[in-house]
Design a protein around this ligand. Structure first.
Ligand SMILES: Cc1cc2nc3c(=O)[nH]c(=O)nc-3n(C[C@H](O)[C@H](O)[C@H](O)COP(=O)(O)OP(=O)(O)OC[C@H]3O[C@@H](n4cnc5c(N)ncnc54)[C@H](O)[C@@H]3O)c2cc1C
Length: 383
């Protein structure tokens, strides 16, 4: 936070937000922009959980494998990302490094689905021969198969996005309370009255639950539950020379993401191991081998860091957005699974539309809590 900004303290906020990841922080930023007194609570520090750990690709990795509700939300967000990031940069002086690096998809099994999806969603998509793919990304390992190229897709740099949003909250006089965990919801006669925290009761007539993978812990005693599981994802970052890789490259479940300073991220695992955030030797080896298979020159690059984060996994990737059907004043925004950074602008705009009685940007019923979410193949089938 800038030294010149005084810290806001709201004893009676208009809205409490539980969770200081990208979703909670963006909700807080936008509500404060509407003139509401907002208090945001985080059990740790803002922007340090999944929001920090992610790869920052501003599109689902395989959008053709998701329900339309995810593509619709991603498309709205993609259209608004450049102006959002520009405003954030001007407001805070922190650049989240939005870059339209495009995504090159190599797995032949994805080509048909990708082309059909591109046509349906009118997204620019090109079929490249193996030679064309090699000439646009010279560090790629030699291949003999076609690829598809989605030039309009972009990325942002997670830690920077977290810093920019945190700074924006202080500037907008949001009362940010870190290391303050919500232990349960204060509900009287079907109406939210506030939250109980490790620092005592805090009252408000409106509460947004945006606690990522931890969200169900606060709603499991209610009749309408949200099915969100922690899904561990491990990643590596290589210290690579600037320009070695310039595009996001996706091959089946593995991908590399080039940052502006040359670093290359390699991701990611999908593991259902509860709230365990440890890294493992096996994952490190797998990610290392897969990255070198894609970009052989990474053999000579040091692995700078290996980490794990917990995605808030909803069964089919469609987030839960809206007011809780049993508790008036309790709003939910969670379950963005592998796509929270990419979906955030639309997910937050939609929730605020519902809270503030504005015409919704997307059909709210598609994201409602009661909407069926049949599990995708990678998700445990008994959820
Ligand atoms: C390895 C990996 C790669 C990923 N890659 C991408 C990608 O390329 N593109 C993309 O769009 N998405 C990606 N994601 C997913 C994305 O990071 C998440 O969907 C997104 O960050 C979710 O944001 P969130 O705010 O809901 O959750 P989080 O960032 O996890 O934030 C939740 C916050 O709630 C707080 N909290 C929890 N319980 C409580 C409580 N009881 N009281 C107070 N505070 C509480 C936590 O401390 C935390 O700060 C990736 C994730 C991982 C792990």
């Amino acid at each position: 936070m800038s030294d010149s900004i005084s810290v806001a303290k709201h004893d009676t906020p208009d809205c409490i937000i539980i969770g200081g990841g990208v979703i909670g922080m963006l909700c807080a930023r936008e509500l404060a922009g509407e003139g509401l007194k907002v208090t945001l609570l985080d059990k740790g520090q803002t922007g340090q959980e999944s929001t920090w750990a992610g790869g920052g690709i501003l599109s689902p990795l395989h959008p053709w494998r998701y329900p339309d509700a995810v593509s619709a939300m991603a498309r709205w967000s993609q259209a608004h990302y450049p102006s959002f990031v520009e405003a954030l940069k001007i407001e805070t002086g922190v650049d989240p490094e939005w870059v339209q690096s495009g995504v090159l998809v190599l797995d032949p099994e994805d080509i048909e689905g990708a082309l059909a999806w591109g046509k349906k969603w009118q997204t620019q998509i090109e079929l490249l021969s193996a030679d064309q793919a090699a000439s646009c990304e010279p560090a790629l390992a030699a291949r003999s198969t076609d690829a598809v190229w989605l030039p309009k897709l972009a990325q942002a740099r997670n830690p920077r996005m977290g810093r920019a949003l945190t700074e924006s909250l202080y500037r907008r006089r949001v009362d940010v309370r870190e290391h303050c965990a919500v232990t349960d919801l204060e509900i009287v006669d079907g109406q939210i009255r506030g939250v109980n925290t490790t620092e005592g009761l805090l009252r408000a007539e409106r509460v947004i639950l945006a606690a990522g993978a931890w969200s169900p812990q606060l709603t499991d005693s209610l009749q309408t539950t949200i099915k969100v599981l922690p899904v561990r994802g491990q990643m590596l970052v290589f210290r690579a020379p600037k320009g070695l890789v310039t595009r996001i490259v996706l091959d089946g479940p593995r991908y590399v993401i080039p940052r502006l300073d040359g670093r290359v991220l390699a991701g990611s695992t999908v593991e259902f191991v509860g709230f365990n955030k440890d890294t493992t030797v096996d994952a490190r080896k797998d990610l290392h081998v897969a990255a070198i298979d894609l970009i052989p020159a990474l053999t000579d690059c040091e692995i700078e860091h290996h980490w794990a984060g917990l995605r808030p996994g909803s069964p089919n990737g469609v987030p839960y957005i809206g007011e809780h059907p049993e508790i008036s004043g309790l709003f939910i925004n969670t379950g963005h699974y592998r796509n929270g950074l990419g979906l955030a602008p639309a997910a937050v705009h939609l929730l605020l539309d519902l809270m503030l009685d504005r015409p919704p940007i997307l059909p709210p019923e598609d994201y409602a809590l009661g909407q069926q979410r049949p599990p995708s193949v990678e998700f445990p089938q008994d959820t």
